[in-house]
Write a protein of this length. Sequence first.
Length: 258
Amino acid sequence: MTILDRMEKQLGRFAVPGLIRYVVGLNALVFVLVTLQPEYAQMLTLDRQAILRGEVWRAVSWIFIPETTSVFWIFFYLIFTWWVGETLEQNWGAFRLNAYYFLGMLLCILSALVFGASGGNFFLNLSLFLAVATLAPDFEILLFLILPVKMKWIAVISLVAPAGYLVFGSLAERMMVVMCLGNYLLFFGPAFLRSRAEKSKTAQRKKKFAAIAKSHTDTLHRCEVCGITEVTNPDMEFRVSADGNEYCTEHLPSRRPK
């Protein structure tokens, strides 16, 4: 039983079913408020200095700021976020989705407080999407409702910006990427490492088997009965019997019990 299994057994009753639905609903509400009063968004952002001044609500309110201010794109943003949340909850259950989402929130908050940089809702939503893309990499979605694209390719494209921060960004920006995607790394990293280790072991076994098979194929003598060769048994002598097959001296037809 994993740590997460034990936690679910003890704390599962506290999980919030349909968590992402509530997040999407509040995203929609904040979008309306920001559309009417643009400066309202500045009161909700994850700002370290403002939190230290006592505006503690910012530690939570930032997750409700939608990533777009476009009336056209907000519809797709909300629908897609809802779908991602529902997909993960159906696969994991409410508790694991809650643990994944709140861990992502916590790490983003720590990134802002410790390093002064946080990707906000972008990284938190990206971690949700990466989880779905990992669980169903070949699932196709209609990009712009027209072009069918597999989830794994969209995931690769979505990692371009984080990769840019890791390569060209400051230390704070690099730590932001690592920490704000830390929930994904913690949930999927161990399984990925185990898979790679198992693939490496399998490749080594195949290589060893192929080497043995090749050594057996390259022999001059092989007993028709027991299969030994001059490679596996260097001291054994081999003879060709009247039936045209080759045998070791212990299994020559004339010496086998009748």
